[in-house]
Design a protein around this ligand. Sequence first.
Ligand code: ASP
Length: 343
Amino acid sequence: MEKKTSILLIYTGGTIGMVKDYSTGALRAFNFEELIKNIPELDQLDCTLKGVSFKEPIDSSNMNPQYWALIASIIEANYEENDGFVVLHGSDTMSYSASALSFMLENLDKPVIFTGSQLPIGDLRTDAKENLITSIEIAALQEKGRPVVQEVGLYFEYKLYRGNRTTKINAEHFEAFASLNHPPLVESGVHLKVHHNYLVKKPLKNKSLVVHKEMDDRVAVLKLFPGINQEVVHAILNIANLKALILETYGAGNAPMDEWFLQELKMAIKKGLHIINVTQCSGGSVFMGHYETSEKLKEMQLINGKDITTEAAVTKAMYLLGAGVQGKLFKTIFETPLRGEML
Ligand code: ASP
């Protein structure tokens, strides 16, 4: 008899497993067993399901690099005996976590699918059941004895996206995520429609999984706005020990041409700060040199974030710094797609 596909559920918390605390009216996390009891349909799935839970499930606003290392360790410890992983996670920071794990899990050749919901599993109109059941079905998809998805994905409201391409775009709609620079990998309708061309392709003889747990948090994000003043820019660029700054610029990577602004950037780069040019737009790419307003940034050797999301840029910077990448090499590697996170 053929062995059933084995999927490990990793429960970190989030709305999906929350209940209302009637004394305060606020939602708080409850335990994994309760969550699973609410979905009797799981017994009908044609795969073996096991579960691991955070001791204290969290609202994902409390997510941090230590928790990412914990998720990575759970996957590492259970990698051989499982065919896929589904991570139940709050939607608020899910794109950050999916991006972080994509960098932390080098040579991944099994699915790691992040999912959650906008309404708790016990709610009558919940989106949790569909999200969870379909995530498991996608994680269990196999072709010629190999998993169909061999990367970190994020499944929400009928679509599987590449995790490190997503952004949370809506705090209310069931369609809470978008991936504007990369099409969905799988769409769920009457059938599961797999877009093979958009999936990361792994060699038949893939190298073994390498798990990187060191993430360096000496990173900041600066979003430009008309009227931003020198005091603010100077303070951020001169934060003690800051190693990398994600500069959220306008449109195709444009910034003001004020001399003070350019001088502040130049000084910071000279002192060794890695500045990454990422667009504030949800879709499209940085194209330094296209306009006069980005020509100077190009001359200054700002790192080109191309079409990366801020979530992926933050976590990629943490990952590279954690791996001890320094000097010019940081720019070279940052500008190279490592996990399909940029063009
Ligand atoms: N605040 C919740 C969280 O991110 C929201 C959600 O799960 O959708 O944990």
